[in-house]
Unconditional design. Structure first.
Length: 445
């Protein structure tokens, strides 16, 4: 839920992508120098497609169209990110956007409480009557997303039920989890999870864990990720100061106070000044990531922050923003810069997310990405030769699970290419591929 009506959300400032240029328009001409060495073992001739150390010759690509080759490049980039354990880097802008969204919701609640005259004593008394808990849980999971076939789902559920039977028969939970669970790292941890609080796990998992007494084992629990078996290790009360924002959300009538909260936000945003000349420079590609697009007395909003915001939009949304006339573009930038300003105000007022909440946001995103990787055949430490073949299969696979995962991954094209640019050779004629002056395009749609 966006607490600022009409304003798109923007991620908080985070680590910048490798390239500081805008890469707009999409194709940037480069000259080939010594790319034959990038082909890798088992290939011959000049590469027609290259992503970091992975390269394909024209012969390997066959009759693939330019669009198909670009898609293959994106899949290779995703495969490299999985193989090299870099999903956290890919997740950064998406995690930052969700982080800011929740922060702004809490800011709106805080302001509504202040405007409604809610005092601290009332908040503490309400919390003491209905406290929040942190749960320590072990679990095992047989991965089986809901879009998989009925046959696959049934087989996965049967594996989870068989594991549950072993545990109920007296086998140590840790040993069964280490053997059966498909969660990365489960064997080393015996299925032990980082302590969780309300909202840090998907609702079915949280509800099942909350219903257990310490030491008790659940039945098979289905979530969007697959089939789980849980054991509750410990239930701990959470200190009031760490969940004050959630307590406010339960007690404050946001509907009644929304108008006052929005008026407060509008007053804060009066300090924001937009630099339309800098915006025009960004539009023509001459502004680097450090250029300020909007400012206020205590902060500013840069091209780099706008770039990271655009990474989180789907391709159609991003194209509309980038093609918008300057007045419309100014409206968008003013809105996302206002959100950055309000996020700064939230932090100055002590409104923030706990470390566990931030970690849970990242974990949820990475779990989704790991599901895509599994469906497409990518895995950690995959060798370059195998990654090339896997990416080609992922491009052409017709299985429903592959098609869905491929669509999700290709929607991240711009973010993928900030980490691993896709380089295409586009010779003017078939004989041109062997000439030393062939032109390459680095694409980053």
């Amino acid at each position: 839920m966006n607490p600022i009506p009409g304003a798109p959300l923007v991620p908080a400032a985070g680590p910048a992508p490798r390239s500081s240029s805008r890469r707009h328009p999409a194709l940037v001409a480069l000259v080939v120098f010594g790319l034959a060495a990038a082909c890798g073992p088992g290939t011959t001739g000049e590469p027609a497609l290259r992503v970091d150390e992975i390269a394909y010759t024209a012969q390997e690509l066959g009759a693939l169209s330019s669009e198909q080759r670009e898609r293959l490049g994106d899949l290779v980039a995703f495969g490299l990110i999985v193989a090299r354990g870099e999903l956290e880097r890919l997740a950064e802008p998406y995690v930052a956007r969700e982080h800011q969204s929740i922060l702004l919701q809490r800011l709106a609640t805080e302001v509504a409480a202040q405007e409604s005259g809610m005092d601290e004593d009332a908040l503490r008394a309400a919390y003491d009557a209905d406290p929040e808990y942190e749960l320590v849980v072990r679990h095992l999971v047989v991965l089986s997303e809901r879009w998989r076939s009925d046959e696959e789902r049934a087989a996965s559920r049967a594996r989870a039920e068989a594991a549950l039977s072993r545990i109920r028969a007296g086998e140590p939970f840790e040993a069964v989890a280490a053997e059966v669970s498909e969660e990365p790292g489960a064997a080393e941890r015996g299925g032990l999870l980082r302590p969780g609080r309300r909202g840090t796990w998907v609702s079915e998992f949280w509800e099942a864990a909350s219903a257990l007494e310490p030491g008790a084992v659940s039945g098979v629990v289905e979530t969007e990720y697959g089939f789980h078996v849980l054991r509750l290790e410990e239930r701990r009360p959470v200190p009031f100061d760490e969940v004050r924002g959630q307590v406010l959300g339960r007690l404050v009538d946001l509907t009644a106070a929304a108008g006052r909260a929005e008026a407060w936000s509008a007053r804060q945003a009066e300090a924001l000044a937009l630099d339309e000349q800098a915006l025009a420079s960004w539009r023509d590609g001459s502004a680097d990531d450090t250029v300020t697009l909007a400012s206020w007395p205590t902060g500013h909003y840069t091209v780099g922050q706008l770039q990271r915001y655009l990474l989180t939009l789907d391709p159609d949304q991003r194209a509309r923003v980038e093609a918008a006339p300057i007045p419309d573009l100014a409206t968008v930038v003013r809105a996302v810069a206002r959100n950055a300003l309000l996020a700064e105000r939230a932090k100055s007022m002590g409104v923030r997310l706990g470390e566990e909440e931030v970690a849970a946001i990242e974990e949820r995103w990475i779990e989704r990405a790991q599901a895509w990787a599994t469906a497409l055949g990518f895995r950690p430490a995959l060798r370059n030769r195998d990654l090339k073949a896997t990416a080609l299969r992922a491009l052409t696979g017709t299985d429903q699970t592959v098609q869905i995962a491929r669509s999700e991954v290709l929607a991240l094209s711009r973010a993928l290419r900030t980490l691993y640019p896709v380089v295409l050779v586009e010779p003017a004629d078939p004989a041109a591929a062997s000439r030393p002056d062939a032109v390459v395009s680095e694409t980053s749609r």
